[in-house]
Design a protein around this ligand. Structure first.
Ligand code: ADP
Ligand code: ADP
Ligand code: ZN
Length: 217
């Protein structure tokens, strides 16, 4: 199964990715997570990405595309992959197509998780992330069992520095201008699924799994 998970910041991509990666036993490849890990490790690529991320801007295409291409060639992606947060521009979508062709891979489904903008702001500003394993929580909608501690690994939760009201507004604007246009690109290609992301987390999961089953039939 090769899946692209799309949707605005805060739609629930990371949350659903966790479920999908388990359900289909495929690696979860999040470009945002790759950048945050690189920042933590203090690599040159991380330092470069951080400049853009702190402003809510996109990291330049040539940086992102190279990273994803390398990642797709790792052995664990041979049987399938779940792309989360990539592609985010038309240029990235076009280069991805070339890379997939080279690697003889095909996208089975593009899942677009749709949520209204005012709900997105509340989700992003209440988001908390495990600093060890990247699992995502929400202070109200999806709290951990013990305050500020990850259910899975016991790691401490933190708030992302780009989950402030101002940066969130900028990220949503960037999404509307730079990422929205690729929805049409994938609608034309087929295997495009739209999911109502405003439902509770488990309902969204059910809708995704149900729609993926229909595609595979
Ligand atoms: P969210 O889950 O809130 O949408 P991500 O973790 O996917 O956020 O991305 C965080 C930031 O990382 C983005 O605002 C952007 O700066 C950078 N980033 C992630 N993926 C990409 C991409 N495909 N192209 C360019 N920048 C990206
Ligand atoms: P994305 O990866 O698309 O930016 P996340 O999966 O990180 O989104 O979710 C953003 C925030 O919203 C997190 O705090 C998460 O716990 C919460 N969340 C995710 N899905 C839902 C949902 N269906 N209903 C309510 N809150 C949700
Ligand atoms: Zn954890």
């Amino acid at each position: 199964m090769h899946i692209i998970l799309m949707g605005p910041p805060g739609a629930g991509k990371g949350t659903q990715a966790e479920m999908l990666a388990k359900e289909y036993a495929i690696p979860h490849v999040s470009t945002g997570d790759i950048f945050r890990n690189a920042i933590k490790e203090g690599t040159e690529m991380g330092l470069k990405a951080k400049e853009y991320m702190d402003k809510g801007a996109l990291v330049p295409d040539e940086v992102v595309v190279g990273i994803v291409k390398e990642r797709l060639q790792m052995p664990d992606c041979a049987g399938g992959v779940l792309l989360d947060g990539f592609p985010r521009t038309l240029e990235q979508a076009e280069v991805l197509d070339e890379v997939l062709q080279e690697l003889k891979m095909q996208i089975d489904a593009v899942i677009n998780v749709e949520v209204a903008e005012d709900e997105l702001v509340a989700r992003l500003t209440g988001r908390r992330v495990c600093q060890k394993c990247n699992t995502t929580y929400h202070v109200k909608n999806n709290p951990p069992k013990v305050r500020n501690i990850c259910d899975h690994c016991g790691g401490e939760l933190y708030q992302r520095s780009d989950d402030t009201v101002e940066t969130v507004k900028e990220r949503l604007a960037v999404y509307n201008t730079q990422t929205m246009p690729i929805i049409d690109y994938y609608k034309r290609k087929g295997n495009y699924l739209s999911v109502d992301g405003s439902q509770p987390i488990d309902k969204v999961s059910e809708e995704i799994v149900e729609k993926l089953k229909q595609i595979k039939e």
